[in-house]
Ligand binder design. Sequence first.
Ligand code: SF4
Ligand code: SF4
Length: 183
Amino acid sequence: MYRKRRLSDLPFFRPVQEILSHYACPSTCPAICCKAADIYLDEDDLKILLKASEDKAGKIESCNEGKERYYKIPPPCPFLKSGKCSIYDKRPTMCRLFPFNVSTMPDVLALFPCDMAASIFEDYIEYSDNILKQPLPEKTIDDFEQSHCSFESRLNKGLPIPMLVIKIADLIPFKEYLRSGHF
Ligand code: SF4
Ligand code: SF4
């Protein structure tokens, strides 16, 4: 879906940007997300990265799926320098969504269970309790906590990381909740 259209044109992009503006990555995190997953690029991302460093952009892979061509940076990302993104202001659109990820299911986003995601999820639990009056199931909370505690060791062992899924439709009211400051 996001390969054919610009990720930044999809309706969840702006709400996610606003949600993320309320959080910061802890300085203790060594940019795990930049070492964990393929970063998919659209043509605009590709042009920006080629301009930033043709040498580093040499690691970008061009792939075909049917008639569709797309690009990806396999991990670890070559633009990561001393644990920081060396092209932060020009980083690809997919990076601007971390720790949210697009999902194979069209109506949800996945949340990578890192420290920033744990802060987001804490507020999301409060939002579900206080505003929606629909507390999240204990199992959802336990599963996320377990993924959060174990994701680094799972990554090191090459195991898949269980991610929380959040309905895209819930992101807009959650964004408003954060904006209101009532958390
Ligand atoms: S998004 Fe998560 S994994 Fe990536 S740097 Fe921030 S806290 Fe670390
Ligand atoms: S471009 Fe920057 S933010 Fe994106 S994966 Fe690479 S180092 Fe991380």
